[in-house]
Design a protein. Structure first.
Length: 87
């Protein structure tokens, strides 16, 4: 699938969500609709969030994971994620 064919983009800002990260990611993996992307913007989590998100991104090419080097705050992290959408 090319970026031009994407019809839906989902942005998911996260921070220390290792306990809840799987909940929004699993439905994407189970989705048969292929014209979508899930953009994860990690706000420098200090728990297992990065590991979990990278694992999901490796299993499904519709998931893209981006990690901030430092915590930039909730709103800037949300806006940062929007820079990566193509749908």
């Amino acid at each position: 699938m090319t970026e031009k064919s994407l019809r839906v983009s989902i942005g998911l800002p996260v921070y220390n969500g290792s306990g809840s990260s799987r909940k929004p990611l699993t439905p994407v993996l189970n989705q048969s609709f292929r014209d979508l992307e899930l953009i994860i913007s990690d706000n420098a989590s200090t728990d297992r969030t990065a590991e979990i998100c990278r694992d999901y991104a490796a299993r499904d090419n519709r998931i893209r994971y981006y990690r901030n080097e430092t915590n930039i705050g909730a709103n800037p992290n949300f806006r940062r994620g929007l820079r990566f959408v193509h749908g």
